[in-house]
Write a protein that binds this ligand. Sequence first.
Ligand SMILES: NC(=O)c1ccc[n+]([C@@H]2O[C@H](COP(=O)([O-])OP(=O)(O)OC[C@H]3O[C@@H](n4cnc5c(N)ncnc54)[C@H](O)[C@@H]3O)[C@@H](O)[C@H]2O)c1
Length: 254
Amino acid sequence: MRLRGKRALVTGAARGIGEGIAERFLEEGASVVLLDRSETELKAALSRLETRSPGRVAIEVCDLADEAGLERAAHCAFVRFGCIDILTNNAGIAYREAFLSIPSAHWNAVFDINVRATFRLGQLAASRMIAQGSGGSIVNMSSKNGLAASSWLAHYNASKAAVILLTESMAVELAVHGIRVNAVAPGFVDTPLDRKLRAESSLPAYSSRTPMKRGGTVEEIANVFLFLASDEASYVTGSTLRVDGGHLANGSEL
Ligand SMILES: NC(=O)c1ccc[n+]([C@@H]2O[C@H](COP(=O)([O-])OP(=O)(O)OC[C@H]3O[C@@H](n4cnc5c(N)ncnc54)[C@H](O)[C@@H]3O)[C@@H](O)[C@H]2O)c1
């Protein structure tokens, strides 16, 4: 049990990678608050997860675009199991559209969820961890798109690059408090978000440049979050771990 007794908050946990992270954390003994904007999907995830982890899983309905709502939800989540040891900023959104056509509303929405909510929840969780005096681990969701651009995703690419530098900045300032901060940069992963984006442009499940010749699974991404959240990563902070089947390593391939 690698997270026995730990209390975690996972955002965007009603489905996709977030639900997978919550499931792995629960399997390893943590108590987990699932935060998402969709109450219906959250309740469905809760009923899937709580049968195997009774009493260790709770939900918090919150639209992370609403800063006052985010603050209320964070407070409730932090006290739900007494305190907070792990924050996973996983929730994210994307639109596929040409740079020249991006409306400001989409730019702002992508930055509100992918960057501002990550910053604000990170700030609130770190303050709480410092007050508790027991340190903690924060794991932020970036993407391969935060390290190399894809067309039609300028706002998403820029937001995920911002997450990497935010992660490094937080790691530098929070290490003195025993708080580690890391990011994960997945490649192609089969989830509702991924399927929606691919369907809009008839894209394949993974790029032919991916040396492993397949997309990643939710479980493969969740395992990396588990490692970074756990004490096994006790000397890892400020890192961004690529989990992309070698895709970015193959940057010069024709
Ligand atoms: N799927 C991939 O291929 C892939 C690759 C790299 C990075 N990522 C990142 O992984 C994260 C999860 O992606 P996914 O593929 O599981 O997506 P998904 O759409 O399946 O799940 C995202 C979850 O975030 C929630 N969410 C979105 N906006 C929210 C808001 N305003 N407030 C609260 N919750 C909100 C959604 O309701 C959903 O449950 C995202 O940050 C995404 O950018 C995904």
